[in-house]
Write a protein that binds this ligand. Structure first.
Ligand code: PEP
Ligand code: MG
Length: 325
């Protein structure tokens, strides 16, 4: 099978009825970059910048951050890279950064909340990203945005850093896209205000499912209790995709589910056409995309959502098998 997937490396992922699906890779360390070319990914849809911080012995300085981001953009060689700003706190702790113990870390001081409260840390990272871009296109996204105000405040830091870089005579990125991750369910009811403010959004289904079902993603006793292939989850995802289609906002899915063929089938059926995943997912997901009729999948999946009591995984699997040629 590995040979089959390798053979597909340079084949673009079009559905049987001609819809292009862009497959991107999730990454976070310099070593991940070695396999970018092998995977056939069309870019990096999620670069988890906190990994550099987690493997370091002390807080990476501006130079070290800039060097890594520059290397990522060099290796990507013109393919898009979406850098996510630091997503620390929760389950991601730093040995050299004293954080208060929290009763509910997943609901606590993490991700963009920390960035907004510690602007020096956030601004240093934004500076490194702008310097690394050196006149090339740059994509920045913020994790765990829970309110439109948070996105506005985060975006203002990007503008401030950009102005500062320009005053210092640094070249501005040739194009700058700033996006939000959709991970907090609150945003689902505020997309009308959020989407016009963003250049793109990306759905972090790992966290979105955790918060939607109130189930700790790291606790096996509850993590597997709720199925993303069930009406509440699929309807939430459909709501995001529909709102983005209406405003013309580019949207991707970058949670682990995007890298599992059956889940990716459901995402494609709902209309998502940008999926970012662990490198091992790209071959199997591409094989699925190439063999599926998107319109038939859409009709089938939407029909399954009506009136189902719980998981529709088995039904979606039956549907997918029927549609596979
Ligand atoms: C997610 O939550 O789906 C996501 C992609 O971010 P992380 O897994 O790094 O929290
Ligand atoms: Mg997340």
């Amino acid at each position: 099978r590995k040979a089959v997937f390798a053979g597909l490396r340079d084949t673009p992922a079009f559905t049987k009825d001609g819809h292009k699906v862009t497959l991107l890779m999730n990454a976070g360390l310099a070593v991940d970059l070695d396999i970018l070319g092998e995977t056939g990914a069309e870019g990096i849809g999620l670069f988890r910048t906190e990994f550099q911080f987690m493997v370091a012995e002390e807080m990476p300085r501006l130079e070290a951050q800039t060097a890594l981001y520059q290397r990522v953009l060099d290796v990507a060689d013109g393919m898009p890279v979406t850098f996510r700003t630091l997503d620390l706190g929760g389950d991601k702790l730093l040995p050299y950064m004293e954080l208060e113990r929290e009763e509910n870390p997943a609901l606590g001081w993490r991700a963009v909340r920390m960035g907004l409260d510690r602007p020096a840390l956030l601004r240093l990272q934004l500076r490194a990203l702008i310097w690394a871009a050196k006149g090339r296109p740059l994509r920045i996204m913020f994790p765990l945005v829970a309110s439109v105000d948070e996105f506005r405040a985060a975006r203002a830091f990007v503008d401030a850093e950009l102005a500062w870089a320009q005053r210092r005579g640094r070249p501005a990125p040739s194009r700058l896209d700033v996006g939000a991750m959709i991970e907090a369910p609150s945003l689902l009811w505020h997309l009308d205000a959020l989407l016009p403010m963003t250049d793109f959004v990306s759905v972090g289904t790992n966290d979105l499912m955790q918060y939607l079902f109130a189930a700790d993603r790291g606790n096996p006793r509850v993590a597997d209790r709720y199925d993303p292939l069930s009406p509440p989850a699929l309807r939430a995802l459909k709501q995001i995709q529909d709102a983005c289609a209406e405003t013309g906002t580019p949207v991707s899915v970058c949670g682990e589910m995007a890298g599992r063929p059956l889940e990716a089938f459901a995402l494609v059926a709902l209309g998502f056409d940008r999926l970012s995943m662990p490198p091992t997912g790209i071959g199997p997901v591409k094989q699925m995309v190439l063999s599926v009729d998107r319109e038939a999948a859409r009709r089938g999946v939407l029909a399954l959502l009506k009136g189902a009591a719980g998981s529709v995984r088995n039904e979606i699997e039956t549907l997918a098998r029927k549609l596979y040629v």
